[in-house]
Design a protein around this ligand. Structure first.
Ligand SMILES: Cc1cc2nc3c(=O)[nH]c(=O)nc-3n(C[C@H](O)[C@H](O)[C@H](O)COP(=O)(O)OP(=O)(O)OC[C@H]3O[C@@H](n4cnc5c(N)ncnc54)[C@H](O)[C@@H]3O)c2cc1C
Length: 405
């Protein structure tokens, strides 16, 4: 188990009514995994099927996985620059994927606007995507042109707007920062789902005309089950072994810096590095795994001296004024990478009403609420959304863990 993240330490009190006994009546839907995806599915189901009785079980606490261990960037798009996405998926699919993340951002804003008390530390600060090389600057220029042609409002900047030695940038004014654990909790509170924390599920099986989710603390009966296990899915069911690569991501956070040096959330070097200055002045730096890609595959949530050393060197090179500030917190989390960089949704073979929505390839805060809506529709309608249907991988080649995020 890794160290506690800033978000987990600052999310405040959370006392969902503890389930004392497992209820005799089956839940209409049990969601296994209380991260941003599980929480978004619960919220979307509560909107679409208000009469359904929902439950969420997590082997740790809500936000105990990647959702509580990320950087809190709510970015449009995928880990790839848009020109790379267009080359990889084709123009129409790349556009559809980008539009899904834009829709997700809108859903976050709408959700928060209807609940002024649940601010979730949302910061409509915009983002900068910075090119570390001339080649990447060219890709950014192409990406900005393609995005604008496809109706997405971004600005290409042919120099480094931060003056930190980068080559060019894209500014996306709609991107944002957020407190990811507060958002997951707020979605779950709004969904009315029963929350089973510290509740590992070990197997899902058919029991009469319902499903039984078994675990050491008891069995939960449900008409339908949705697995939202992210990078831990391969450890749960061999079905995911060739589909998801658990990949470690690492972060450090400094003591507060008295000067405000940065307002946007920043994605740099093809997404391999990212940073933001938090409202209290602290700097968060994440990434740094490109040179250590093999060692970073797996579900171990311990920070390593290699990646943390890289992140410190990156921080001090780009922001020499931060060099004397102590690093106050370091943590790691597990991302779920997929072969093609897109989330996976579908039905578990052999179990008619057991569904999954997993592996957002390092961008679950960006896909979150739209992934939740699409997965809820899948459960209700009985069909995965074509864009994220896991069956697309059936004919594809081996899993790659070498992708940014
Ligand atoms: C260091 C780092 C930085 C990142 N930065 C960003 C970012 O800035 N923006 C962004 O969009 N994305 C970011 N990501 C990716 C993002 O965090 C994930 O894509 C997102 O949180 C995935 O959400 P999820 O709900 O699918 O998974 P998770 O949040 O991982 O939730 C899965 C849950 O399932 C539970 N679980 C697993 N197995 C079981 C079981 N057997 N029984 C019960 N419960 C179980 C886990 O405890 C966990 O809580 C980052 C990830 C990392 C690690």
């Amino acid at each position: 188990m890794g160290s506690t993240s800033l978000w987990q330490a600052t999310a405040g009190d959370w006392r969902p009514a503890p389930p004392r006994a497992t209820p005799s009546r089956a839940f209409d839907c049990l969601i296994v995994g209380g991260g941003i995806v599980g929480a978004s599915v619960a919220y979307a189901l509560s909107q679409e099927k208000p009469a359904w009785k929902l439950a969420v079980a997590d082997r740790r606490q809500v936000g105990g996985g990647a959702t509580g261990r990320n950087a809190g960037f709510v970015l449009a798009g995928t880990a790839d620059h848009y020109a790379v996405s267009v080359a990889k998926y084709g123009r129409a699919t790349a556009r559809e994927v980008f539009a899904a993340t834009v829709a997700s951002q809108r859903r976050v804003r709408d959700f928060l606007a209807r609940r002024p008390a649940a601010s979730c530390d949302y910061l409509p600060c915009g983002s900068l995507t910075l090119a570390g090389t001339d080649a990447e600057a060219e890709t950014l220029a192409q990406s900005a042109a393609l995005l604008r042609e496809d109706g997405f409002d971004v600005t290409f900047i042919p120099h480094d707007p931060l003056g930190r030695g980068f080559r060019a940038a894209i500014r996306n004014a709609r991107d944002a920062g957020i407190h990811p654990v507060k958002l997951a909790r707020a979605l779950l509170a709004a969904s009315g789902a029963a929350i089973f924390e510290q509740w590992p599920v070990t197997a899902v099986e058919v029991a009469g005309n319902a499903l039984l989710a078994r675990g050491e603390r008891g069995a939960l009966r449900a008409e339908r089950v949705l697995l939202a296990l992210n990078g831990e899915a391969p450890g749960f069911d061999a079905f995911f072994a060739d589909k998801v690569v658990p990949t470690r991501g690492q972060i450090l956070v400094t003591a507060p810096c008295a000067r405000r040096l940065l307002s946007e959330v920043v994605y740099a070097n093809e997404g391999y590095e990212y940073f933001r200055q938090l409202p209290d002045g602290r700097f968060l730096f994440g990434g740094g795994r490109r040179a250590f890609a093999k060692a970073e595959v797996g579900a171990d949530e311990s920070p390593t001296s290699d990646v943390q050393g890289f992140l410190e060197a990156f921080k001090n090179q780009r922001f020499p004024e931060l060099a004397a500030l102590p690093v106050e917190r370091r943590w790691a989390g597990t991302m779920g990478f997929t072969r093609d960089g897109l989330p996976l949704m579908g039905r578990l073979p052999g179990l008619d009403q057991a569904w999954f929505s997993i592996a957002c390839h390092g961008h679950g805060m960006g896909f979150g609420l739209e992934a939740g809506r699409l997965a809820a529709r899948m459960i209700i309608a009985g069909d995965p959304p074509p864009l994220f249907d896991a069956r697309r991988l059936d004919a594809a080649a081996t899993v790659s863990g070498e992708l940014p995020g």
